[in-house]
Structure formats: structure tokens, C-alpha cells
Design a protein around this ligand. Structure first.
Ligand code: URA
Length: 181
């Protein structure tokens, strides 16, 4: 995993390499049973080189704490590893260039449960454009892991009513993990 992170840090496969400050490969336990995949690094992540270390990350930390899941025990990454300018949604060509790394990360970690945070991550990993309102919190078994679509924590920062929904969905995730891990 350390070698893979080095390779990702050296990537120049899309235009984001010209505007990023730091690459954000991912962090966490290499043998994690639970993996979280967000959208792309934001401003804070671009400075620190770590995923979810800004405001959305603070809420993610609260959500993890609410189900007693230590952050160090999970693996956290994004579909693209470099910050898109002005935090715009990553373009399809940027996602396509970066997905190779996400696939290798999933293969190495082999999580039992893969949680997507937000629509773009769900679309990338399910291959379908699905409405979050319909799919959040509804886990489904895939060949190699259980896919658990969750709202992006940043969505709850902009739309406070989603905060409760996110805590409920994490609660369900916690129960699932108690029974299955
Ligand atoms: N939002 C994301 O999708 N990923 C991060 O790492 C931070 C904010």
C-alpha cells in the first residue's frame, strides 16, 4: 500500500496534476473490513495530503464515533486523488484516469463493506447513475463486498436535515457490522 501511495503521488495522468498542491491517495488500515470512498479532496485535504481532514471530515469522524468505529480501523479514500479547481465535481475523464488506483486499493484492502459517500462515488462504483434519495442506507451484496451507499457528509453541512439521515444510516451500518464482522 505504501508503494501504491507513492505511485499515486507521482501521477500526472490528468489535468488535475497541474492545479493540485498535494495528492491525497488515502489513509487507514491496510486490512480494514470497512472502506469509505468519497468524491475528491477539498481545500484542506489539498493542503494536508490527507482525506477528509476538513469540515466534512469532522462530521465523518463524528459519524464513525457514533457507531464506535475507530477512524484508524477503516480505510478512507476518494474516487479522484487530486482536488478539482474550486471543488467542482470531477470530470468523467478525470474519474476514468483515477479509477485504476481505486480498483487496486479495493483489491488490496479487500473490504467486507464498501461505503460510498455521495452520488459520484456511488455512480463510479455501481456503474449506474442512481438517485441518492432512493439508495442511501440500502446495502446490497456485490461479488466481493457489500456496497453501502451513504450521503456525503458535506451534503449534511449544506442541508442540515440530512444530518439525521446520515446518523441513521451509520446506525444501520453499525448494526450490520456488529452482526457480520
Ligand atoms: N470531500 C471528499 O469527498 N473527500 C475528501 O477527502 C474531503 C471532502
Amino acid at each position: 500500500m505504501i508503494r501504491l501511495h507513492e505511485i499515486i503521488r507521482g501521477c500526472r495522468d490528468c489535468d488535475l496534476c497541474t492545479t493540485r498542491r498535494r495528492v491525497v491517495p488515502g489513509e487507514g488500515a491496510a486490512n480494514a473490513s470497512v472502506m469509505f470512498v468519497g468524491e475528491a479532496p477539498g481545500a484542506r485535504e489539498d493542503v494536508e495530503g490527507r482525506p477528509f481532514c476538513g469540515p466534512a471530515g469532522q462530521l465523518l469522524d463524528e459519524l464513525l464515533a457514533s457507531i464506535g468505529l475507530p477512524r484508524e480501523s477503516v480505510y478512507i479514500t476518494n474516487i479522484v486523488k487530486c482536488r478539482p479547481p474550486n471543488n467542482r465535481v470531477p470530470r468523467p475523464d478525470e474519474v476514468a484516469a483515477c479509477t485504476q488506483f481505486l480498483k487496486i486499493q479495493i483489491g488490496l484492502i479487500a473490504p467486507k463493506v464498501l461505503c460510498t459517500l455521495g452520488g459520484p462515488a456511488l455512480k463510479t462504483l455501481s456503474g449506474e447513475a442512481r438517485a441518492m434519495g432512493e439508495w442511501h442506507g440500502r446495502s446490497e451484496r456485490r461479488k466481493r463486498y457489500v456496497l453501502c451507499p451513504l450521503y456525503h457528509p458535506a451534503a449534511a453541512l449544506h442541508q442540515p436535515s440530512l444530518r439525521e439521515t446520515l446518523f441513521e444510516d451509520f446506525g444501520r451500518l453499525g448494526h450490520y457490522l456488529e452482526e457480520h464482522t
